[in-house]
Design a protein around this ligand. Sequence first.
Ligand code: B12
Ligand code: SF4
Length: 442
Amino acid sequence: MPALKALTPRGWDVTIVDELVADVDLDRQCDVVGIGAMGPQIKRAYELADAFRARGKKVVLGGPWVSLAPQEASLAHADAIVVGEAETVWARCLEDLAAGRVRSGGVYRAEQFVDLGGTRTRAMGTRTMGDRKIDVFSEIDYRDLALVRWDRWKKSPLYRVYFHWPLMFGRGCPHPCTYCAVQTFYERSYRTRSIDAVIEDVRRIKAIGGKNLLFLDDNPIADPNAAKELFRRLAPEKIKWSSQCTIEIARDEELLDLAARSGCVALSIGFESDDAEVLDGIRKGFNRPQRYEEDLRRLRERGIQVIALMMLGMDGQKANVFDRTVERLERDGVSLVKLFTPAPYPGTRYHDEMTAQGRILDDDWGGYDYGSLLVEPRGMTDDDLRSGFDRAYKRFYGLPSIAKRMLRVPKANPVEHAAYLVANLKTWRFLQKNPSAWGTIS
Ligand code: B12
Ligand code: SF4
């Protein structure tokens, strides 16, 4: 939202409301309401859109869900939708709405990816639009666009929720994982901002007292050379940062050393499964699970906490997967885990595969969280999946497992170690009160 605000032409007065931390005033005076949503929030986004339109306001919807879901679904709730990145179309969309018109049936589609000012990789080559082939990168230079106002972030109630300073190095990911909205949205392309621009952001954040940064990237090591250069430049800044990336970070010693020296304290990593065949089924064979043990040892040695992301209920997994997964995570000293039941997000190849096989169990997108039964499992019953999923969470965040894991997770940084111990204990307490709330939150 701050990025979208920064893209808004002069003359517009913008207010950001995040419903996680504030109530939305449906009667607020405004010309245009823009709404974005992630995953299951889309249902609420549609409700809000309807409520605003019933009060005579113009509504525009955008973001990854809206971009990938069938357009009609979103257009039923909005005057206009932005499909893809907003940079090249947002100003035109606003201008049209203000003038009381829409073009292209209300669909403002970004036909090009914006140049972020750094490196670019492209797995897809050019994109075909009708009978034309177009370059997927636009000539708009992101460096010319207004920067996020970090001073405002510090005062925002969101800061107290996220307690990190969010910034971005790159967008996209070149991998082909079938279930992933990111590679679908970005068509497997990957771009970085210029490292100078990122360092400038870091210094602005430091100047107002920020230390803990969160790179919002999906995979900041997707271009390893660019990542190495970034980490070299970050090291003297003496900050701490967290992010998410593939396990490939552990397989390049230089990259891993540089990441650790630059202040990397925690990474969410999509292991998904320790079974090569299961991974091949979702085109994530590059994970190579036979190397996980060694990978995790290397990360631990460098004091990097690992939040493991694991999928349960995938094709090829049997009812023993739940206990086996937790045992492995305990043995490898993983700090935190997030478990996922298969979620067929619209627009993804996985969604198409499950639709073709007639296995999608729920059409209500409001339930598309990470713990619901959305796809008919093979190799286990629905009940096995439901009970195994809850059991795995309870066991991982049970006191014996916490003790076992915390003895193995990195202690190189005592403050971080204490924070992760507290996070585990809080999760244990939460579980006592809400034994089956898992997957609905992250
Ligand atoms: C960082 C992140 C988070 C952070 C956010 C932290 C923060 N302080 O902002 C946290 C961890 C909180 C988070 C949580 C969740 N996330 Co998240 N998240 C991301 C991530 C990695 C980056 C988002 C980002 O900031 N990108 C940078 C900005 C600039 O890009 P952007 O958001 O795409 O916005 C551009 C366009 O999409 C468009 N746009 C976006 N919104 C709007 C709105 C309007 C009106 C317009 C016109 C345009 C527009 O313009 C922008 C500029 O081009 C994305 C993956 C991804 N790459 O998208 C997942 C992602 C968006 N998250 C996802 C999900 C599912 C969730 C959760 C629902 C998970 C859960 N079950 O809890 C929660 C919901 C949180 C909540 N608010 O309730 C999914 C959404 C899938 C989908 N098809 O909708 C994604 C794509 C991850 C994935 N691989 O599937 N997330
Ligand atoms: S590696 Fe991660 S971000 Fe990249 S395509 Fe696979 S799941 Fe998506």
